[in-house]
Design a protein around this ligand. Structure first.
Ligand code: FO1
Length: 335
């Protein structure tokens, strides 16, 4: 039976707020913009101090000699209330004078780095030169933005999503970096395959496995299953840790009515499978997550989600503003 939030009065998980006052300990697997908004909703509902976010770093890129961590920065800026809400990534009130100046030289400006945003990459790169780890730098940057939620990179080791696309000559293939595909090619070219270079040798960052083991609920944020969630699970030890908590793992589908709200999740699910639908997401997530929250628009696919092995909760998953994110957070926490 598919539980529909708000219909089955008296369900334990509809009781909100919970009787006791101690906020639930949550751990979230997070990618970019959708995850940042989900985390903002969760923090508003249960408070930031008992939430740990394990963030994808396979989108990271080195440009102009600077180490850029897009998913970590998107989460930091959003929880730190500095983000540009419309663009989704980067900072509000951003200026681009360095990019304009760089164009004078014909430098690399396809990946837009704003003047304020550059400070983050300058600082992170300097700290790496001082032998700091990504975990350490992330904690420093998060503290500077008063983020509250504990942010952990999935690993302090370099993991890079590599995308294989059709080559310049028909019948050939070429492998490019994630940002080159996502930004430079506007994720508009078919993906033949993807891999996470370095994942096999990577170790979970300090605190990651404990955060998964100790959480009351593990939340899989509405992030891209194939290039945000999958890289996290590709770090040896993490998938097993999440699977061990399967009964307490709640995922939010990033696909609504067959489409992604932002970014290329739908195209990747079409290119690489299983399919661009909540049933496709369920088939990917069933091994490690017991519950999938899908939007009202997909209520008719709930039986398919349950046939794929996941309990299905139907609720508004399109986070319209903060109220929308908080309402979804209540469903996820109440599960
Ligand atoms: N996305 C774009 O579509 N164009 C950009 O020029 C761009 C620059 C950029 C700079 C810093 C940053 O943290 C993110 C940036 N993004 C840009 C978004 C980024 O590609 C995505 O947020 C993730 O990599 C996918 O989740």
């Amino acid at each position: 039976m598919c539980a529909t939030a708000g219909m089955r009065a008296g369900c334990d998980w509809l009781a909100w707020p919970p009787d006791d006052t101690t906020p639930p300990v949550l751990t979230a697997l997070a990618g970019g913009v959708g995850a940042a908004r989900m985390l903002r909703g969760l923090a508003a509902v249960v408070g930031p101090t008992t939430i740990t976010a394990i963030v994808n770093t396979a989108d990271d890129v080195v440009l102009h000699g600077l180490h850029v961590s897009p998913d970590l920065d998107t989460v930091v800026y959003t929880l730190g209330a500095g983000n540009d809400e419309e663009r989704g990534w980067g900072l509000a009130g951003e200026t681009w004078t360095v990019m304009v100046s760089l164009e004078r030289y014909g430098g690399q400006t396809w990946f837009r780095l704003g003047d304020q945003d550059l400070a983050t990459h300058l600082y992170r790169t300097q700290r790496f030169a001082e032998q700091a780890t990504l975990s350490e730098v992330t904690a420093e940057i998060a503290a500077a933005w008063s983020v509250g939620v504990r942010l952990l990179p999935m690993s302090d080791d370099r993991v890079q999503t590599r995308i294989t696309v059709a080559g310049p000559v028909p019948g050939t293939s070429t492998e490019i970096g994630f940002q080159e595909w996502f930004v430079d090619r506007r994720h508009s070219v078919t993906v033949e395959r993807l891999r996470f270079e370095g994942a096999d040798e990577a170790r979970p960052a300090p605190g990651v496995l404990a955060a998964i083991a100790d959480a009351e609920t593990v939340v899989v944020c509405p992030s891209n299953p194939l290039v945000s969630i999958a890289p996290i699970l590709a770090v040896p030890g993490i998938a097993d840790a999440v699977q061990a908590r399967r009964d307490d793992v709640v995922a939010v589908s990033p696909i609504v009515a067959g489409a992604a709200l932002r970014g290329p999740a739908d195209r990747l699910l079409r290119d690489l499978g299983p399919e661009s639908s909540v049933v496709g997401v369920a088939r990917l997530y069933a091994p490690f997550a017991a519950t999938l929250v899908v939007d009202d628009a997909d209520a008719d696919l709930a039986p398919g989600v349950e046939a794929a092995g996941m309990r299905c909760v139907v609720a508004p998953t399109v986070m319209r503003g903060r109220a929308g994110a908080e309402a979804l957070a209540r469903v996820v926490v109440g599960r």
